[in-house]
Design a protein around this ligand. Structure first.
Ligand SMILES: [Ca+2]
Ligand SMILES: [Ca+2]
Length: 237
């Protein structure tokens, strides 16, 4: 391989990384196109390199190299033009981006300031409502306490009465403003004590002779009275 061909191959190999990254990954459509063209040039150079130079004249060889050099220059110029154009687009986008960010930041600052004012305003309203609520509750509680106290006074005198005779029971009608129920007392055996012990509406009904005349001897009379046990009568004289 002569010196010119070696230089050309070196130049192309030097430029190849500009059209793709280290792994050969595509950088976009313009770069894919350039990459394909340069790869094609590389293949042509490889073909020329593989040819036995004894069968190719020096003039033909120089012409091939010159042609390849021209194509390489065309692609290099196109690459620089594309890069310049893309850099211009990038600069323009960056400028727009900065302007947009600045505008949005201004809007965010305004909203934050407004939010702060609104929050302070609302907190003031909440505090006022809470204060009023507390005052109202306190006032109403005082009224409720006064009414309950008055109700307690009135209900303290009220009673419930139920049952008859000895079963009669009397209880407070209200306890802590709650209506109560009345349950009669338990009934017992009827005694001769003047009470209706078995709660049937009659007193001493089992002792019909109580208070009546009795004979404690054939010539002496007395009166039936209740025995100390309360469950029988005695003739008293
Ligand atoms: Ca009785
Ligand atoms: Ca009775």
């Amino acid at each position: 391989m002569d010196k010119k061909r070696v230089m050309c191959l070196g130049l192309i190999l030097l430029v190849l990384p500009l059209f793709g990254n280290a792994e050969g990954t595509s950088m976009g459509k313009p770069f894919d196109e350039l990459w394909s063209a340069v790869t094609n040039l590389q293949q042509q150079i490889d073909v020329l390199s593989d040819q036995d130079k004894d069968f190719v004249s020096t003039e033909e060889h120089d012409a091939d190299i010159s042609s390849l050099q021209n194509q390489f220059n065309v692609f290099t110029g196109r690459y620089e033009t594309d890069m310049t154009g893309l850099q211009g687009q990038i600069n323009s986008i960056n400028a727009h981006h900065e302007a947009d960010v600045s505008i949005l930041q201004g809007q965010i600052d305004n909203l934050n300031a407004r939010c702060g004012n609104d929050t302070a305003n609302l907190q003031g309203q909440i505090d006022a409502l809470v204060g009023r609520h507390t005052t109202d509750i306190s006032g109403l509680q005082g009224q409720i306490d006064a009414i309950n106290s008055r109700i307690d006074e009135m209900q303290a005198t009220e009673t419930l009465t139920c049952g008859i005779g000895a079963c009669t029971n009397t209880v407070p009608k209200y306890v802590n403003r709650v209506l109560q129920t009345c349950t009669p007392k338990f009934a017992t055996f009827e005694l001769c004590d003047g009470l209706d012990n078995d709660c049937d509406g009659q007193s001493d009904e089992d002792y019909p002779q109580l208070g009546h005349t009795c004979f404690y001897s054939t010539s002496h009379t007395g009166t039936y009275i209740c025995a100390p046990s309360g469950m029988s009568l005695l003739c008293s004289y």
